[in-house]
Write a protein that binds this ligand. Structure first.
Ligand code: TMP
Ligand code: ASP
Length: 263
């Protein structure tokens, strides 16, 4: 599949056109950002790992009947995906309280939530992706009631499937962020809601079930070190990386800070 013009560049990925108007290429960069771009670095090998991990997770979800944008992985850093019109909303699921929830509401870190908590954020970098309610979504027409009903159901099902997938490999799925879009289904000749973007240690909080060691982007956000080793551990446990691979031996995993401004 030939890569065409760049359509969009985000913080961690680039989207390229293809000859097919309904398909695009998603390229995973090594760039890591946190606190809405205030902290930025290149983490060598992150793009390769997230490409593999996200492919694995979306393929598994798709086998369980979840509609996703993924067509296939093309190479180490790229996937062929359906072109989707992305809802300007980040759909957050929380199983254990941590991160911005604990800061916002003073809930003790690590509190197990009785039921998964769904939150919505408006995708707008200039405003640091503010938390919104469903009423905001309907008032400003970011999605319809019917669409949110479908997405909420998909999100809860994805949470159930992923919680089980990670539990089986000794990992607690603490929280995560999903994005959805509308893409063309060539069989039904209709647009449908699909899971888009990526699911990886960049977009999830993953804690080792026994030690609660963080195996996700919090290692970067909180300067805990060994970012790549943690992502690699997730890939290994998911069975998508041979046991003997040691990323540090191939000079993979270096973190090169780009800038860090304190608020
Ligand atoms: P939060 O506790 O910072 O609100 O994050 C909740 C979850 O969403 C966590 O798994 C990290 C993920 N997330 C993203 O993937 N992208 C983002 O821009 C933010 C703020 C969070
Ligand atoms: N992705 C966001 C940023 O780039 C926030 C985060 O993941 O912590 O700043």
């Amino acid at each position: 599949m030939n890569k065409g013009n760049k359509l969009y560049e985000g913080k961690a990925k680039i989207i390229y056109e293809t000859k097919d108007k309904n398909l695009v290429i998603q390229h995973f960069k090594d760039d890591a950002t946190a606190f809405n771009n205030l902290k930025k670095a290149k983490v060598e090998g992150k793009g390769v790992l997230n490409n593999r991990i996200s492919e694995h997770i979306l393929t598994n979800l798709s086998q369980c009947g979840v509609k996703t944008h993924l067509v296939k992985r093309l190479n180490m850093r790229e996937q062929l995906i359906k072109k989707a019109e992305i809802f300007p909303i980040e759909f957050i699921v929380r199983n254990i309280a941590t991160g911005s929830l604990t800061k916002r509401l003073g809930i003790p870190d690590g509190t197990q939530l009785e039921n998964p908590l769904l939150e919505y954020c408006y995708k707008k970098d200039e405003l640091s992706d503010p938390l919104i309610s469903k009423e905001h979504i309907y008032t400003f027409g970011w999605a319809s009631k019917k669409e949110i009903e479908i997405i909420d159901n998909m999100t809860r099902r994805i949470n159930d499937l992923l919680t089980g997938m990670f539990r089986a490999i000794g990992i607690k799925l603490v929280d995560f962020k999903l994005e959805y879009g509308k893409a063309w289904n060539k069989d039904t000749e209709m647009r449908e809601i699909v899971l888009a973007d990526e699911i990886s240690p960049d977009t999830c909080r993953l804690w080792d079930a026994k030690t609660e060691k963080k195996l996700d982007k919090d290692r970067f956000r909180k300067d805990l070190g060994n970012i790549i080793q943690a992502y690699q551990e997730v890939a290994r446990r998911l069975g998508i990386m041979p046991e003997e691979t040691n990323i540090s031996e191939v000079n993979f995993g270096k973190t090169i800070p780009i800038k860090f401004k304190k608020k």
